[in-house]
Structure formats: structure tokens, C-alpha cells
Ligand binder design. Structure first.
Ligand code: SAH
Length: 258
């Protein structure tokens, strides 16, 4: 039988956020190559017939280089296996899924892509932050914080007037916030950082553009985390005292300003 690859978006890490299509693919898999941020705690149960391979990456410690992952995918598929590549979130949102699809196409291996719940939207939601809200923000932009943004990009982002969502943004938070401020974003623009979304130790840290670097440093905020910059953060509700305090201050500010 001819092998094939299924790229599966595993969602933000909680098993019940896997899709039915993802569960079906896992159930049929001969091999699963899984990432650190994918829901992998009970893979032996979800993919009972599969060999499980951890290709997880930690920031700064690339467990298995991308080129090796692609070589593994192709190698297993050419040996006639059904390979599931289980990724965190959605494969096509800052997840290098398209590179893996291209690698399969290059050698004629059939590949299917199953979308997943992206952390860019779901993790803010888990902290009670909607990315859009009528009258507050009608657009959002998802940005990678992996490499520094150019001045042109920062200028456009600051000028858009919508919600900015940053993945892989903990280390680059100082350059991002300074860049947005330099391009005219208000120092009082609310910012939220949600660490380990959907896990039992999920935590939200809230501040403003002008002080979030200090606040995040004090709280020892660490990856994986989603950063949200925008007025929608004022709508946050997760029972978090800091969020409540921020909203009170925002309400007082609005009352004085109008
Ligand atoms: N394709 C993925 C994103 C891959 S980039 C998706 O669609 O979600 C990896 C980044 O995603 C992390 O650095 C972090 O910014 C974010 N992320 C993924 N899962 C997360 C989680 N459960 N909690 C917080 N951030 C998460």
C-alpha cells in the first residue's frame, strides 16, 4: 500500500479541542511525529497502532531540525506508512506546515492537511479576550515575534487601529512595544500576555504598552505565550484581579475624558 502524510492541526494543547477529523487520522496512523505544543499526553490511546516520535522543539533548543522532520515524514511515507504529523494550533499559522506539504509534493507523497484551532484566536479567548468587538476593533493581525519586525512593518501595525496578536513574542516584547510606541501607539494601549493557554496553570498578565515589559519581567512571563495588544484587552474577563483593576482604571479614564 502506498504511504501518505496527514498534517494535523492539534489545537492549543487540550485534547477536547482536537477535531473529529484529527481523531480519525490519529486512529488510522502508523507513525505520529508530534510537536511539543500539540496535545500529546495520551497519544498512545488516540493513536493505538502508531509508533510515536517526539520531534518537539523548545525555544532555542531545536530537538529535531525542520529539514530532518521533513526527511522523516517522506521516509516513513515512502516505506508505505500512514504518517500523521501532529502540530500545535493550525498547521498553516506560523507552523511551517506549508514547508512540510512542499517536501511531500516534491517526492510525490500524497498529503492532506487537517486544520486546527489556532492559539492566535483561542488562547486570548481562553483569557476572556475577544479579538474583535463591535465598536472597539474590527480587525486583527497575527504576527510572529520570532524575528524583529522592520520599521515599515511596525509603522503599518501601529497605524492599523486594530488588535495585534503576537505568537512567539515573549523574547521580542521589548523591541515590539518600543517599536509600536515609536510609531505613535499610545503608551496606555492595553496589552495582555497569556501563558500556557488551556493548561491548568494558564496565567494572564495585563499592563499597558508603556509598562508591560517591566510587568512581564517582574512576573517572569515565559514562553509559550500569546501577546495581545489592543483596546479589546479592556474587555478581558477571567476573574483575574489585574484585569478587573485595569478595566476599572479604563472606565475611570473614559469617564474623565468624555
Ligand atoms: N501553529 C500554531 C502556532 C505555532 S508558533 C497555532 O496555530 O497556534 C508557537 C507559538 O504559538 C508559541 O510560541 C505561542 O506564542 C503560541 N502558542 C501555541 N500554543 C499555545 C498555548 N497553549 N498557550 C500559549 N501560547 C501558545
Amino acid at each position: 500500500m502506498r504511504g501518505r502524510v496527514t498534517l494535523v492541526g492539534g489545537g492549543p494543547g487540550r485534547e477536547d479541542l482536537l477535531t473529529l477529523a484529527a481523531l480519525r487520522a490519529l486512529g488510522e496512523a502508523d507513525v505520529v511525529l508530534y510537536d511539543r505544543l500539540s496535545p500529546h499526553a495520551r497519544l498512545h490511546h488516540l493513536a493505538p497502532n502508531a509508533e510515536l516520535v517526539d520531534v518537539g522543539k523548545r525555544p532555542g533548543h531545536h530537538a529535531v531540525p525542520q529539514s530532518d522532520i521533513e526527511a522523516l515524514l517522506v521516509e516513513h511515507a515512502l516505506a508505505g506508512r500512514h504518517v500523521v504529523r501532529l502540530k500545535g494550533g493550525d498547521p498553516y499559522v506560523l507552523g511551517r506546515g506549508s514547508e512540510e506539504v512542499i517536501a511531500c509534493h516534491a517526492v510525490g507523497v500524497p498529503v492532506e492537511v487537517i486544520p486546527g484551532v489556532t492559539s492566535a484566536v483561542a488562547v486570548p479567548g481562553a483569557a476572556g479576550i475577544p479579538l474583535t468587538h463591535r465598536g472597539v476593533s474590527h480587525l486583527f493581525t497575527v504576527v510572529s515575534g520570532h524575528a524583529p519586525l522592520t520599521e515599515t512593518e511596525l509603522g503599518h501595525l501601529a497605524g492599523l487601529g486594530g488588535t495585534v496578536v503576537v505568537l512567539m513574542g515573549v523574547n521580542s516584547l521589548p523591541s515590539l512595544t518600543a517599536g509600536l510606541a515609536r510609531h505613535g501607539m499610545s503608551a496606555e494601549m492595553p496589552v495582555a500576555i497569556i501563558e500556557r493557554g488551556f493548561h491548568s496553570d494558564q496565567r494572564t498578565t495585563i499592563g499597558e504598552l508603556g509598562d508591560i515589559v517591566l510587568t512581564a519581567g517582574r512576573a517572569r512571563v515565559a514562553s509559550p505565550a500569546v501577546v495581545v495588544v489592543g483596546e479589546v484587552v479592556r474587555l478581558a474577563f477571567d476573574g483575574d484581579a489585574n484585569a478587573a483593576e485595569l478595566m476599572q482604571r479604563a472606565a475611570a479614564f473614559t469617564a474623565v475624558a468624555t
